[in-house]
Design a protein around this ligand. Structure first.
Ligand SMILES: Cc1cc2nc3c(=O)[nH]c(=O)nc-3n(C[C@H](O)[C@H](O)[C@H](O)COP(=O)(O)OP(=O)(O)OC[C@H]3O[C@@H](n4cnc5c(N)ncnc54)[C@H](O)[C@@H]3O)c2cc1C
Length: 386
C-alpha cells in the first residue's frame, strides 16, 4: 500500500502547519495554564475550510477524503492536542452525525454554520455511571405531543460548556426493548439544560469538559436524529470513524514529544559530552521514532480504508490502541531524556506527558479497543465478515 501523499495533501499539511505556527504555537502554553478556550481559533479554522472537511459542499463544507482530514488533525495536534480534540469532536462526531443521519432540514439548519465555525458542536454519550458500558445510560427522553422531554445527567462532554449544540443519546423506550436508545440534536440554549460543572483535569485545560444536567428539558420532536431506537448503532458507527482522529491526535502529539527529546539530547551536556552521544539515549530515540512511524502507518491505513469504502472497525481500533499507547511511551521517553527539567513546567514536554495520558481513555479505553479488535477477529474467523 502506497502512503505517499498527493500534492494536495502536502499543501494541506503545510497550510495547517503555517496556521498553527502563527495562531496556536505562541499562545498554547498560556491557554493551557489559564484554562482559556480559544474560540477565535475555531472561527479561523472554519474560514480556512478545516472545520468543513467532513461536510458536503452542498451544505457549505469543504468535504475532503478522510486521510486529508486526518492529516489536518495530526498537524494541529503537533501544536495543541486540545485544539485537535475540539476539531475532531466537532467534525467527526457532531457534523458527521448530522451529515450522515440528519434529515434535510437538520442539515440545512446546522451544517453550513458548523462547517464555517460559526457554531461548535459536542457529542454527549457518557454518563456518570456509563462510560465503556454506554448502552447502560440512564438519561431519558419521553415523548409528549410534539416535544421530547429529557431528564438525566451527562458527563465528560468535550466542548460541552462552549458548544452551541450537541448530539445527545437518551433512552426512549422500555428496559427490555433492544433498541431503546435514540439520538437527538439539542441546542445549548434549550430550557432545562444546565452546565453543572467543568471538570478539573490533569491536562487539556483549553478543552473544557462539562457535566450537564437535563431537567424537564424540552426539545421539538423534529430534533430526533435518525430513526427512533437507532441511537446506539449511530453512536458506535460514528465512534469507529472518529477513533482514527484520536489516533492522529496521538501521532501528532508523539511526533512533537519525540522532536523535543531529540532537540534536548543535542543541547544538554553530561560527563563532558552531549547526551545525544550516549547509546542509551540514542536507543530511546530510536524506539520512539519507530513507534511514532508505526502508529502513523496504522492511522493512515485506517483512514485509507474509509476512503475506499472498506470495513475499518478493527483497523480504526488498532490505530487508536497502538497510537495512543505509543504516544504515552514516547512522552515518557522524551521526558526521561529531559531529566529533572522534563518535570518542570518550564519545558513543554511536561504538558505533553499529561496530555498523552488521556488518549488511551477517551473515545473508548485501550481495553475496549482490544475488545473491539478481538470481536472482529472472531467474527472474521467465523466467516461472518471478509
Ligand atoms: C477528557 C475527556 C473527554 C471526554 N469527552 C467525551 C465526550 O466528548 N463525549 C462523551 O460521551 N464522553 C467523553 N468522555 C468519556 C470517555 O469516553 C469515557 O471516560 C471512557 O469511555 C471510559 O468510560 P469511564 O470513564 O466511565 O470508565 P469505565 O467504563 O468505568 O472504565 C473503568 C476501567 O474499566 C475498564 N473496563 C470497562 N469495561 C471493561 C471491559 N468490558 N473489559 C475490560 N475492561 C473494562 C476500562 O477500560 C477502564 O480501565 C471523555 C472523557 C475524558 C476523560
Amino acid at each position: 500500500m502506497d502512503f505517499s501523499l498527493t500534492e494536495e495533501q502536502k499543501l494541506l499539511k503545510e497550510m495547517v502547519r503555517e496556521f498553527a505556527e502563527r495562531e496556536i504555537a505562541p499562545y498554547v502554553d498560556n491557554w493551557e495554564r489559564e484554562h482559556l478556550f480559544p474560540r477565535e481559533v475555531f472561527r479561523k479554522l472554519g474560514e480556512l475550510g478545516i472545520l468543513g472537511m467532513t461536510t458536503e459542499p452542498a451544505y457549505g463544507g469543504t468535504k475532503s477524503d478522510y486521510l486529508s482530514f486526518i492529516l489536518a488533525l495530526e498537524e494541529l495536534s503537533r501544536f495543541s492536542a486540545s485544539v485537535a480534540l475540539t476539531v475532531s469532536v466537532h467534525s467527526s462526531l457532531f457534523i458527521k452525525a448530522i451529515q450522515e443521519y440528519g434529515r434535510e432540514e437538520q442539515k440545512k439548519k446546522y451544517l453550513p454554520r458548523a462547517a464555517k465555525g460559526e457554531i461548535l458542536g459536542a457529542f454527549s454519550l457518557s454518563e456518570p455511571g456509563a462510560g465503556s458500558d454506554a448502552a447502560n445510560l440512564l438519561t431519558k427522553a419521553r415523548k409528549e405531543g410534539n416535544v421530547f422531554v429529557i431528564n438525566g445527567i451527562k458527563s465528560w462532554v468535550t466542548t460541552g460548556s462552549e458548544a452551541d449544540a450537541l448530539i445527545l443519546f437518551a433512552v426512549t423506550s422500555g428496559e427490555k426493548e433492544k433498541k431503546r436508545i435514540s439520538a437527538f440534536i439539542v441546542d445549548r440554549d434549550s430550557p432545562g439544560l444546565q452546565i453543572l460543572k467543568i471538570e478539573e483535569k490533569m491536562g487539556f485545560n483549553s478543552s473544557p469538559t462539562a457535566q450537564i444536567a437535563f431537567e424537564e428539558c424540552r426539545i421539538p420532536t423534529e430534533n430526533l436524529l435518525g430513526e427512533e431506537g437507532r441511537g446506539m448503532a449511530i453512536a458506535l458507527k460514528l465512534l469507529d470513524g472518529s477513533r482514527i482522529g484520536i489516533a492522529a491526535q496521538a501521532v501528532g502529539l508523539a511526533q512533537t514529544a519525540l522532536e523535543l527529546g531529540i532537540r534536548y539530547a543535542k543541547e544538554r551536556e553530561a560527563f563532558g559530552q552531549k547526551i545525544a552521544s550516549f547509546e542509551a539515549i540514542q536507543f530511546m530515540l530510536a524506539d520512539g521514532a519507530t513507534l511514532v512511524e508505526a502508529a502513523r502507518l496504522l492511522t493512515y491505513r485506517a483512514a485509507s480504508l474509509v476512503d475506499h469504502n472498506l470495513p475499518y472497525t478493527k483497523e480504526a481500533a488498532m490505530a487508536k490502541l497502538f497510537a495512543t499507547e505509543a504516544a504515552n511511551k514516547i512522552a515518557y521517553i522524551a521526558l526521561q531524556i529531559h531529566g529533572g527539567y522534563g518535570y518542570s513546567r518550564e519545558y513543554p514536554i511536561e504538558r505533553l506527558y499529561r496530555e498523552a495520558r488521556v488518549t488511551t481513555i477517551y473515545e473508548g479505553t485501550s481495553e475496549i479497543q482490544r475488545l473491539v479488535i478481538a470481536r472482529q477477529l472472531i467474527r472474521e474467523a467465523e466467516g461472518l465478515i471478509s
